[in-house]
Design a protein around this ligand. Structure first.
Ligand SMILES: [Cu+2]
Length: 116
């Protein structure tokens, strides 16, 4: 009987903490590709992502993969992709318009994403 009560209490505790941590933290981590060249691109891309309300953004220059940590109640992946495209960079979901691309510094004019 004592054992049953103990397991019931621990189950309840576990359940409650899981529920609690889900409500206080809606943070999500997404990774996707962003086209770019250099360290300056890295700065621009990460800045754009942070402007979308994300918590953290790390772009890898060699793999072109960005890891974004964001709160899903504050921003969405659609907003994040849009912000990056506005800064002139193509992502796996969006393509930057010509004007935004031409505003990039010479060294940052990466080879555009090929339209499938
Ligand atoms: Cu660059």
């Amino acid at each position: 009987m004592k054992y049953l009560l103990l397991s019931l209490v621990s189950f309840c505790f576990l359940f409650c903490t899981t529920l609690y941590s889900q409500t206080i933290s809606n943070s999500k981590i997404e990774t996707f590709k962003v086209w770019g060249n250099c360290g300056m691109c890295k700065k621009n891309i990460e800045k754009a992502v942070k402007e979308s309300g994300s918590i953290e953004a790390v772009w890898n220059k060699s793999t072109k993969i960005i890891t974004v940590t964001f709160d899903s109640t504050i921003t969405t992946t659609a907003i994040i992709h849009k912000k990056i495209a506005d800064a002139g960079y193509d992502t796996s979901e969006t393509t930057a318009d010509e004007e935004a691309y031409s505003n990039l510094h010479k060294c940052c004019r990466y080879e555009r994403k090929k339209n499938e």
